[in-house]
Design a protein around this ligand. Structure first.
Ligand SMILES: Cc1cc2nc3c(=O)[nH]c(=O)nc-3n(C[C@H](O)[C@H](O)[C@H](O)COP(=O)(O)O)c2cc1C
Length: 195
């Protein structure tokens, strides 16, 4: 599908953004690149398929991250915890440092399957190989197969609604963590020999 397929009368972008903002979401940081990683705050994350395990993220074409995901063929998604609003604001700030400095002030470790940065202290993370990308107007839509994932369900999540941040209502859950490498990706026609 090409950009022409989306042509519409010019939209009132501010009004559309405000209407879209009625949809409450979690907040993620998507990151790619091993030695010199780059990242971005994104709430377009969604699950697509459990079997095979596939997730989706939409990234603006103007961003370094969009290029990096296409170049590296992989990325990691960190789902931010309630106390990480400053991290969300940092990776949404176009004036943040770039190159080796971009990740210098945040704690992270390389994802076990791809080496893409997974942030410390998050609620959940997904380490993904790029499966396909699609034209999404001014964004690129990426489908990723989940090679490895983990969660800390006792942490509350950061939420985004009507242009502001808040935290998920606290629920007591058993203090245990989940971590998994996903099974064979044969159904996607991909191989993963790192499991
Ligand atoms: C809560 C929140 C969610 C966002 N979600 C997305 C998203 O899903 N995709 C996207 O391209 N930009 C999203 N943005 C905007 C980018 O984070 C922001 O434009 C960032 O500066 C882009 O990276 P760049 O500076 O490298 O271009 C979001 C911003 C915020 C605050």
């Amino acid at each position: 599908m090409t950009a022409a397929a989306f042509s519409q009368p010019p939209a009132d972008k501010g009004r559309l953004r405000s209407i879209l903002g009625q949809f409450a979401t979690g907040v993620t940081v998507v990151a790619a690149g091993g030695e010199t990683p780059c990242g971005m705050t994104a709430n377009s994350f969604t699950s697509v398929s459990l079997d095979p395990p596939v997730i989706l993220i939409c990234l603006t074409r103007d961003s370094e991250l969009c290029e990096a995901v296409l170049r590296e063929g992989c990325f990691a998604i960190s789902v931010l915890a309630a106390g990480q609003e400053d991290v969300a604001r940092y990776f949404a700030n176009h004036s943040r440092p770039r190159g080796p400095e971009e990740f210098a002030t945040v704690g992270w470790s390389p994802g076990p399957g791809t080496g893409a940065p997974v942030l410390d202290d998050v609620v959940a993370w997904f380490d993904c190989a790029l499966v396909t990308s699609h034209d999404g107007g001014d964004h690129e839509i990426f489908l990723g197969s989940v090679l490895a994932s983990g969660a800390e369900p006792q942490r509350d999540a950061l939420l985004f609604h009507r242009g502001g941040f808040s935290r998920s209502p606290h629920r007591d859950v058993a203090p245990r963590s989940h971590e998994a490498r996903t099974p064979s990706l044969a159904r996607l026609g991909k191989s993963d020999d790192r499991q």
